[in-house]
Design a protein around this ligand. Structure first.
Ligand code: PMP
Length: 439
């Protein structure tokens, strides 16, 4: 497990990282097994973030490792257009057995961001194919995170991800976000207050007219922006408003998919089925990059039966349904099924909720939120230095052997679904100690 640190850290321009700062004191991970990472020196780090919300079955799972090894020796790559390979069909068929009722078709991508772009393009193309080509507008939400490509940052609502990149896509509008700490701080699960925020979609429809709107995209639980759990009834109400106006509802389930909330998908948790569902991350347990967009049959079938000149969906990636990703994905689904991982978060959720909310009276904590096996602890910002407190906390937790994640002044936790109660205690205990020790 011991490997030397690379002596030249300069060539790699790291994503979403303050490179200069990082390279002064780099944090590297050289190995991983089950709930732990290992530093190049062999120091274990308890993974409280499932990598980046993706390693749902834990690290180094033998079945997945073997499947990828076998696949690369057997068929390393197959062209993705006008051709395919058996595991692509097998994996899609396996996936649609666990997706919400009626979401029977999968379009493969290589990441969450690509799934987002794919979903937006499917929505626009579908509106044209069904003869509603004036519906070109896309509606996102403030604080939404939908990856980093142009469609995603346009419908997304995180200012720092948008401000450097010009005017973005035209014809996009945003609903208000649902975060309301004044009324909902320290809520366990879904907040009581805020269903009326769904009516913001009616405001937008009134402003632009339904005939111009193709789709609405939201994360069932907004993750990367700091774990914002939707108010009770909010998603159902969005569904009703979309139905009333013929607008497609897209759920970005990149984080909420594959068991994170204790159900296979967020749609199952909230009892609301979207028209299009975006996934990635847990689809292969993070082992090989992959994403998939699921659509209702009527959307898929419109492309199969529509006018001849429109039936090909002119979209796809060289690595769509890559053999290694499909092999990893099938083994991931097997692992999830054998170990009951798609519902395990539901069993652990009460214990997890107690643990997260035990931090309520800890120094600097101004809110705590939880749902399934996701938690967030929001810290009081330091005046003039927002984000510093949470980031210091991240650094100190890493020193003490626990990997957490921060966004702004919010600490986000989303451990692998194989976590034990003892490990939940270890995460929260470390966090509590670090917060108490913080200046
Ligand atoms: N959508 C959501 C909701 C996400 O959380 C993420 C990644 N955190 C993405 C899209 C983008 O996924 P990727 O980084 O794989 O492109």
């Amino acid at each position: 497990m011991t490997r030397p640190l690379p002596n030249d850290l300069d060539a790699f321009w790291m994503p979403f990282t303050a490179n200069r700062q990082f390279k002064q004191s780099p944090r590297l991970l050289a190995g991983a097994k089950d709930m732990h990472y290992y530093t190049p020196e062999g120091r274990p780090i308890l993974d409280a973030t499932a990598g980046l919300w993706c390693v749902n079955a834990g690290h180094g799972r033998p079945k997945i490792v073997e499947a990828v090894q076998k696949q690369v020796a057997e068929l390393d790559y197959a062209p993705a257009f006008q051709m395919s390979h058996p595991k692509a069909f097998e994996f899609a068929s396996r996936l649609v057995q666990i997706t919400p009722e009626g979401m029977d078709h999968a379009f493969f991508t290589n990441s969450g961001s690509e799934s987002v772009e794919t979903a937006l393009k499917i929505a626009l193309a579908y509106q044209r194919v069904r003869g509603q080509g004036t519906r070109t507008r896309l509606i996102g939400r403030e604080r939404g995170y939908h990856g980093v490509n142009f469609g995603g940052i346009s419908v997304g609502g995180i200012v720092s991800n948008r401000k450097m990149f010009g005017t973005l896509l035209s014809g996009v509008d945003h609903m208000r976000h649902t975060h309301d700490p004044a009324r909902n701080a320290f809520t366990r699960g879904e907040p009581e207050h805020g269903i009326e925020l769904a009516e913001d979609l009616e405001r937008i429809v009134t402003l632009h007219d339904a005939s111009t709107i193709a789709a609405v995209i939201v994360e069932p639980v907004a993750g990367s922006t700091g774990v914002l759990v939707p108010p009770k009834g909010y998603l159902k109400r969005l569904r009703e408003i979309c139905d009333k106006h013929g607008i497609l509802l897209i759920f970005d389930e990149v984080i909420t998919g594959f068991g994170r909330l204790g159900t296979p998908f967020g749609a199952d948790y909230f009892g609301v089925t979207p028209d299009i569902m975006i996934t990635a991350k847990g689809i292969t347990n993070g082992v090989v990059p992959m994403g998939a967009v699921f659509v209702k049959s009527e959307i898929h079938d419109a492309f199969m039966t529509g006018p001849e000149h429109l039936i090909e969906f002119f979209h796809g990636y060289t690595y769509s349904a890559h053999p290694l990703a499909c092999a990893a994905g099938i083994a991931t689904l097997d692992t999830y099924a054998e170990e009951g991982l798609l519902t395990r978060a539901a069993e652990l959720a009460p214990y997890w909720a107690d643990a997260i909310h035990s931090l309520r009276d800890t120094k600097h904590v101004i809110d705590a939120r939880n749902i399934g096996l996701v938690g967030a602890v929001e810290l009081e910002p330091i005046t003039g230095e927002p984000t510093k407190r949470a980031f210091s906390c991240f650094l100190e937790c890493f020193e003490r052997g626990v990997l957490i994640r921060t966004t702004g002044d919010i600490i986000a936790l989303s451990p692998p679904l194989i976590i034990s109660k003892g490990q939940i205690d270890e995460i929260v205990g470390t966090l509590s100690d670090v917060l108490k020790a913080a200046a």
